[in-house]
Design a protein. Structure first.
Length: 375
């Protein structure tokens, strides 16, 4: 074992020891504590909600639910992706009334297809806004599970801070609540992308921070990959941090038809995200048919118990997607219903059984959230 890895393991052990003691794990971010939260309540109220969590439950925006109550679940979606600081300073760039109308329509259509839960994977640096999310939750009976974590474009704020300090704020979101709301995060989102430098020193720090927060809280990890083969490197770093890869979803692996890569990731224990149905750009992504055929092939080889299906869609995004990826669907198009309306029928036509569909849409999400506890 290299000196660097030995140093990382020592740091990890010390961090987990501090968290186990109690509040010591939050010492690095004690300056974030305040008497009044951003939703108008006191921090003690947020703590009261956190302490009321029952063992074996999942934090959703409606409160704590049992994994068995998730039902049909989309494990990698967004409600709103917003550039931090833009709408706050130049509100003309964001029409909240229009956003809420679009969200209500899309989620109503989604619920009508029998989807009971979605996992909202917008971390703070992609504009997570608890005030807006609470308004959206009031519009739909769908369970919305929120994340903490960080995207691959690492803000300057974090570039000179240690992994333990970053882990501590993730833990704060999980144990105390997001933006002082008392609504706690139920999953940790991490990301590695070649367009952001790949798995460099800064990105590795983020992965290690997420791993330490996971081990200190027990909530699962889910990732963004770009391209899919960086998932192997994500697994390596998480494994070095002592993470049980059975508690990790490696996301966007459905962006390739390379089933050898898929199986390698799954054989290590991880669930993989076949989670970008509806995203297509000629020459840049695989087609809808290729995505479906890849899932079919893996189901035939016995891997239905290690895949989740989703879209990576959103109600609103303020990025110029047509220039980022030509052919990216317009935000007003409701891709949340694509799996229900097109993907599942296509899988059935190709011989995927109802039991395998139920495995990918119900049982796998339930399993991912059922395995809890610190270690």
């Amino acid at each position: 074992m290299s000196d660097e890895i030995q140093k990382d393991n020592s740091t990890r052990r010390n961090f987990l020891k501090n968290v186990a003691i109690g509040t010591a794990g939050f010492a690095a971010v004690s300056s974030l504590s305040c008497s009044t939260n951003q939703s108008g309540g006191t921090m003690s109220e947020s703590n009261q909600m956190s302490r009321s969590k029952k063992p074996g439950t999942i934090s959703s925006m409606r409160g704590y639910i049992k994994p068995g109550d998730l039902g049909f679940t989309l494990m990698h979606e967004h409600i709103a992706v917003l550039t931090p600081g833009i709408k706050e300073n130049w509100p003309d760039y964001f029409n909240e009334e229009e956003f809420l109308k679009i969200a209500e329509i899309k989620l109503k259509e989604l619920h009508s297809r029998g989807i009971q839960s979605i996992v909202e994977l917008t971390p703070p640096d992609l504009g997570r806004d608890i005030r807006l999310l609470k308004k959206v939750q009031d519009l739909t009976p769908i369970n919305i599970i929120l994340c903490t974590g960080i995207y691959f474009d690492i803000p300057i704020f974090w570039q000179f801070k240690e992994a333990d300090e970053m882990a501590a704020v993730f833990i704060k979101d999980i144990k105390e609540g997001i933006q002082g709301s008392g609504i706690t995060a139920g999953i940790i989102k991490l990301a590695t992308d070649d367009s952001g430098g790949g798995l460099n020193e800064q990105n590795e720090k983020c992965l290690r921070a997420g791993a330490r927060a996971h081990r200190a809280t027990g909530v699962p990890i889910t990732t963004h990959t770009g391209p899919p083969n960086v998932g192997l490197e994500q697994q390596r770093v998480l494994r070095e941090e002592g993470v049980d890869l059975n508690r990790v979803i490696i996301g966007h692996i459905g962006d390739t038809t390379d089933t050898d890569l898929h199986k390698k990731l799954m054989d290590e224990g991880s669930t993989i995200g076949m989670d970008r149905f509806g995203i297509y750009s000629e020459g840049l992504t695989i087609t809808f048919e290729q995505r479906v055929d890849t899932v079919v092939k893996l189901c035939k080889e016995g891997y239905a118990d290690r895949m989740i299906l989703s879209h990576d869609h959103m109600c609103w995004i303020d990025w110029d997607l047509k220039n980022i990826m030509p052919g990216w669907p317009d935000r007003n198009l409701n891709l949340y219903t694509l799996i229900s309306d097109d993907v599942l029928p296509a899988l059935r036509e190709r011989g995927v059984s109802e039991a395998q569909i139920n495995q990918m849409m119900v049982k796998n999400p339930q399993r991912i959230f059922e395995v809890q506890g610190t270690y």
